[in-house]
Design a protein around this ligand. Structure first.
Ligand SMILES: [Zn+2]
Ligand SMILES: [Zn+2]
Ligand SMILES: [Zn+2]
Length: 459
């Protein structure tokens, strides 16, 4: 169980006084993981072991590890921590810090947003004027208006819902969502091809001299479809730590290549049972905004030039949201369940369509496992190799900093992690943990646990 992130040292020291509650030990996590086990210091020459920390020392005999869930609706405390970690990861990649050199900020870098195409008119917020003003007031074949004179507020339940649900192409919508990770993969290949072409190099030759680094964050639009926000940076062949690329590439050139690559990316879906296939591509709105440390931190959301910290803050916010806005729980098994928990009519229709496509067999069967994300199967954040520091490094360094408050907060976290000065020479820390459940115990259960822990200590 060494994969579970537990701080082996501090909880034991604190609870030695016997005062901290389970909540204090889990630092306010809503549903922590309960573990039993210990960390021992082992003499590598003799094999002799001393227990440094054991869950037996806790009042109730359990070690509480934070759940680490990024969803604010599941655990506000862990979600908050996750958001902070994501912010650090993104900012270090954009502006340097925690061991990523500051010079990354001077490299060609743009903030790209890739959207899905339209699958039918939906209610939306316009900059000026009403939702869909049409003088001729047309109606669809079902007799429903294809116009809307409302000015929807940001919390209007109608936002993102189709003007006519029967005209809306739900099959196209679900297929696009399902294939979005593959469309992204093809985009990354196309981007390298376009950049190589601009430099008049073969792709292999381009890769020897330049590396495309990125970190991609998914946001669900009001209409329930993923779109991608991606800071893309051009590094030298060794990534952020090595020298810059020697190729004559600028942010403008990168943005040109992004637009060309997005326009050139498409894929044909596996045929549905009736033989139909869809040709999928990106939406027409391909937005590139140059990222530079010289930009105004408080500039408008739509500014052409943005500050790295602004970009990191947007992205960290998207990460903790996922599909919660559609009233969906973490796990959805049927359209009926989604309806019962109060999901919108539009979300239920998407789930019904996803289930219908899943019933058609491979390669769509796994759509059933992705209903809670409306058919999206990718991760909320993915990054190219060596874009920045990683979540794992940030989490582990937090434990290192907690054990040793004297550490420089701006230190290279990769060096902090290598530093095992806590462990004497010739010794090794060995941990073993067993999962004992999740969540806090009820008062009765806690009392019983305290009693049995006390008994086992006296034995
Ligand atoms: Zn938690
Ligand atoms: Zn409207
Ligand atoms: Zn219609």
């Amino acid at each position: 169980m060494s994969a579970v992130a537990v701080d082996p040292l501090t909880p034991g020291l604190l609870s030695a006084v016997g005062l901290d509650t389970a909540e204090a030990r889990a630092r306010g996590c809503s549903r922590p993981v309960r573990l039993r086990g210990s960390t021992r210091l082992v003499d590598t020459s003799t094999g002799e072991a001393t227990t440094v920390y054991s869950s037996e020392r806790e009042l109730d005999g359990y070690t509480y590890a934070r759940c680490g869930n990024r969803r604010a609706s599941v655990c506000p405390s862990c979600s908050h921590e996750y958001k902070g970690d994501a912010w650090h990861l993104l900012v270090c990649g954009l502006a340097g810090g925690r061991g990523i050199p500051d010079s990354v900020a001077e490299r060609p870098c743009t903030f790209v947003t890739l959207t899905a195409p339209s699958f039918g008119p939906v209610h939306g917020v316009r900059d000026k004027g009403p939702c869909r003003a049409r003088r001729d007031k047309p109606v669809c074949p079902h007799g429903r208006p294809l116009w809307c004179n409302k000015r929807h507020g940001p919390d209007d339940a109608q936002l993102g819902t189709p003007l006519c649900a029967d005209c809306y192409d739900y099959t196209g919508h679900v297929l696009w969502q399902w294939y979005a990770p593959e469309l992204w993969r093809r985009f990354t290949i196309a981007l390298q091809r376009q950049l190589a072409k601009i430099c008049s190099l073969p792709v292999a030759g381009f890769r020897e001299r330049c590396r495309v680094s990125y970190s991609k964050v998914v946001e669900f639009q009001a209409r329930g479809i993923a779109h991608f926000h991606v800071p893309i940076r051009l590094d030298g062949p060794e990534g952020p730590d090595g020298p810059s690329t020697t190729l004559p590439l600028s942010t403008e050139v990168l943005e040109l290549a992004v637009k060309r690559a997005a326009a050139a990316t498409w894929l044909d879906t596996h045929p549905l049972r009736d033989g139909t296939t869809y040709r999928l591509h990106w939406g027409n709105q391909i937005d590139c905004r140059s990222i530079t440390g010289g930009a105004d931190r408080d500039s408008d959301r739509r500014a052409r030039v943005v500050h790295p910290e602004q970009v990191a803050a947007y992205l960290a916010k998207y990460l903790t949201k996922t599909t919660e806005d559609f009233g969906l729980p973490t796990r959805v098994t049927s359209a009926m369940q989604a309806r019962a928990v109060g999901a919108s009519r539009h979300a239920v229709r998407i789930i019904e369509t996803a289930l219908e496509i899943a019933r058609q067999g491979e390669p769509y069967v796994r759509l059933r496992d992705n209903l809670a994300t409306l058919g999206y199967r990718g991760h909320p954040i993915t990054k190219s190799r060596a874009y920045s520091v990683t979540f794992g490094q940030i989490r582990r360094s937090r434990r290192a900093f907690k054990r040793n408050p004297g550490l420089d907060p701006d230190a290279d976290i990769r060096q902090v992690l290598d530093d095992d000065s806590d462990v004497p020479e010739g010794f090794e820390l060995v941990s073993s943990w067993v999962f004992a459940g999740q969540g806090y115990l009820s008062l009765d259960q806690a009392a019983a646990a305290v009693l049995s822990a006390a008994q086992s200590r006296t034995r």
